[in-house]
Ligand binder design. Structure first.
Ligand code: NAP
Length: 246
């Protein structure tokens, strides 16, 4: 799964799942741009990848800020001349029961998780069409398929990402561009760090493989989908969930 001479952008690449994705794509030879609202975190992660012999550059990229997105793409295309892989990984939660959910919490989650992926993909597809090749991987979620009480905004954004993936895959396939989604189950990161013991125990009973996933589990799926080993796969959702949803 060699990605030598390829350029990748991972949104939210500085920490959590995005960090593992960035390191994994870099270890396969790609030059990875790590986007983040927190540039310091992205810088530290990029430095660690470079210290390990990989190629990585931090980049200021709040996916809810159109100017940031345009600047990031201008810089990447200016420096690297191409973009081969976009991983729409940036995501947030603002949980609450649907009937009590504040409109601003609904809007914010959709703005980052869904509109951010749409805007980044638009610029990526424009560039990839010129190249007649490219790969986009959207990080959805198991709850985008199954729903989850308390996450109306988050589940709506993650379901919609699957629809967006399939439409983009159909539109971009004739230009040699593949678009897929990954739907992780429950993965050990800051996002799930707040789950209390009772909820964790309840979850274990629902995961046939009996453990939460790791960021690396998701990163390995991204590497596969981004590689030529997946050259006949597009418009699909790869479930990485320990068997929690089959
Ligand atoms: P996390 O540890 O909370 O990290 C979130 C990432 O998103 C950070 O890198 C953060 O970067 C970035 N981010 C947040 N707001 C952003 C914005 N406005 N613009 C750009 N980047 C932004 O979460 P995670 O668990 O790694 O989740 C990564 C993705 O996997 C998300 O899309 C999440 O929905 C999805 N997912 C996670 C799980 C899970 O169990 N953890 C399960 C299914 C799906 P900065 O700190 O630089 O802002």
């Amino acid at each position: 799964m060699n990605l030598e001479n390829q350029t990748a952008l991972v949104t939210g690449g500085g920490r959590g799942i995005g960090k593992a994705i960035s390191a994994t794509l870099a270890s396969a030879g790609a030059h990875v741009y790590l986007g983040g609202t927190n540039l310091e975190t992205a810088e530290e992660t990029a430095q660690a990848i470079c210290d390990n012999g990989g190629k990585a550059s931090p980049i200021q990229l709040d996916v809810s800020n159109k100017e940031d997105i345009q600047n990031a793409f201008d810089r990447i295309i200016g420096e690297a001349g191409r973009l081969d892989i976009l991983v729409n990984n940036a995501g947030i939660t603002k949980d609450g029961l649907m009937i009590r959910m504040k409109e601003e919490d609904w809007d914010r989650v959709l703005e980052v998780n869904l509109k951010g992926a749409f805007l980044c993909s638009q610029l990526a597809v424009k560039q990839m069409m010129k190249q007649k090749s490219g790969n986009i991987i959207n990080i959805s979620s198991i709850v985008g398929q199954a729903g989850n009480a308390g996450q109306a905004n988050y589940t709506a954004s993650k379901s919609a990402l699957i629809g967006l993936t399939k439409t983009m895959a159909q539109e971009a396939a004739p230009r040699g561009i593949r678009v897929n989604a990954i739907a992780p189950g429950f993965i050990e990161t800051d996002m799930t760090g707040g789950l209390n013991e009772k909820i964790r125990e309840g979850l274990m009973g629902k995961i046939p493989l009996g453990k939460l996933g790791s960021s690396q589990d998701v990163a390995d799926g991204v590497l596969f989908l981004a590689s030529c080993r997946a050259s006949y796969i597009t418009g699909q959702v790869l479930n990485i969930n320990g068997g929690m949803l089959m």
